[in-house]
Ligand binder design. Structure first.
Ligand code: ADP
Ligand code: MG
Length: 399
């Protein structure tokens, strides 16, 4: 789960981390009220969307030379004018895709005199299975570009969970950022606080880009992105309350209500599979046969009729789906029960696209009989390769 920049900064501030003062606003009046609470004379009006690259972004509805999603304002009147221009419009950035995201919230914050911008992030490193910090002197830029063009400017510091964050980790961060004196101390303190926040809140990622050195010699978090491990959210109702569903894919929200692991993808073959590993293999084999999956969908081990029906409805609500491949292994749940679920769900949702079903496991013959005798145009498949070939052929034929 992702949250907005202003929410991330509020959370980080609770761990003692220095952030500029600021307030969120939903309309121009709130933006003015927010600015009045700040000292001025320099304000920044920042679009709050779940995507980065806002500064260089463009508003779809405004002229091409209009300013982006991060705007400096030298007076309260300018804050108001910018807020009116930004709210309700669609901001397109390198991270939003071409469709962009509608700006419904703003963050009005103190303008900072920047001496230098740095990059600092913390994430769960899959390779080492540990929390890692990624640090670079090249802040304010797209870190993927830095990693591609000048990888030597990126330092990765891995933290052993057995020792936790040690003073030497902090010194490595300060060294990688080429800081000395008070700034180096500030960087050490900040990294330790970030690690505390990361662990305490079960984060998946915290990205500070930029972390800035101010003209008066302080270290400040100027932008913050935070995402959380959704499997740990039950431990953090306060974090869960920060969820902004208007920023999420409506189909993914519907799926999470039914406890289905669903991720929308770009292809046209809808997949319904039980078990994440089998789902990955199914997506791979669709690609191997020259087509692309429309989604990742794991209905879980105990795929009940209700879950199968909900999954069908979600897959079919995606207009890109031209065919469905169901690939289910009946282990915990027997194949005949699953087949009944598929037949009931297919009748319930008025299936309008070809459906290939591959069942394997306990009571597989019973399950196949139920599908064959259902009167529905379900195409049976014997194994994974056969299933992928059949659905790809069906979809290509229909196109
Ligand atoms: P994004 O990464 O989405 O473009 P940022 O918050 O990183 O958004 O802002 C982009 C740039 O705008 C920053 O790199 C920084 O140069 C400038 N900026 C952002 N916030 C402030 C601020 N409070 N004061 C001064 N400049 C800012
Ligand atoms: Mg940024």
């Amino acid at each position: 789960m992702n949250i907005h920049e202003y929410q991330a900064k509020e959370l980080l501030a609770k761990f003692g981390i220095a952030v500029p003062a600021g307030h969120a606003a939903l309309n121009a009046e709130e933006a003015v009220a927010a600015a009045r609470q700040l000292p001025g004379p320099l304000y920044v009006v920042k679009a709050q969307i779940h995507a980065g690259g806002r500064g260089k972004g463009k508003f779809a509805e405004l002229p091409a030379d209009a300013k982006g999603g991060v705007r400096l304002a030298k007076s309260i009147e300018e804050v108001e004018a910018n807020a009116r221009e930004m709210l309700g419009n669609t901001l397109v950035t390198i991270q939003t895709g071409a469709a962009g995201k509608q700006v419904n919230r703003l963050y009005i914050t103190d303008g900072v005199d920047i001496a230098k911008e740095y990059y600092l992030s913390m994430l769960v490193d899959r390779k080492s299975g540990r929390i890692a910090m990624i640090v670079s002197t090249e802040g304010g830029m797209d870190i993927e570009t830095v990693a591609h063009d000048t990888p030597e400017k990126i330092t990765t510091i891995v933290i052993d969970p057995a020792t936790g964050f040690m003073p030497h980790h902090g010194r490595s961060v300060a060294f990688a950022l080429k800081l000395s004196g008070d700034l180096a101390k500030a960087a050490q303190k900040l990294s330790a606080q970030l690690y505390e926040a990361f662990k305490a809140l079960d984060c998946a990622m915290i990205e500070i880009n930029p972390l800035v050195e101010t003209m008066d010699g302080r270290l400040l978090v100027l932008d913050a992105k935070m995402s959380f491990d959704s499997n740990a959210l039950y431990r953090h109702p306060d974090v869960e309350a920060l969820r902004d569903e208007t920023e999420e894919d409506p189909m993914e929200i519907e799926a999470s209500k039914h406890d289905l692991a669903y991720i929308k993808l770009d292809g046209d073959i809808g997949c319904m599979v039980n078990g994440a590993g089998l789902a990955m293999a199914t997506m791979d084999i669709i690609k191997l046969n020259g087509a692309f999956p429309a989604n990742f969908l794991d209905v879980g081990g105990g795929a009940s009729k209700e879950k199968v029906t909900a999954a069908f409805k979600i897959i079919l609500s995606d207009p890109a789906v031209k065919g469905i491949l169901v690939n289910i292994f009946g282990g915990i749940m027997r194949c005949d029960i699953i087949a009944e679920g598929i037949v009931a769900a297919a009748k319930d949702v008025n299936l309008s696209v070809p459906l290939v079903v591959r069942l394997e496991g306990t009571n597989v013959q019973l399950g196949k009989d139920i599908l064959a005798n259902s009167g529905l145009p379900i195409i049976p498949a014997d194994d994974l390769g056969d299933a992928a070939k059949k659905i790809v052929a069906e979809v290509k034929q229909a196109a």
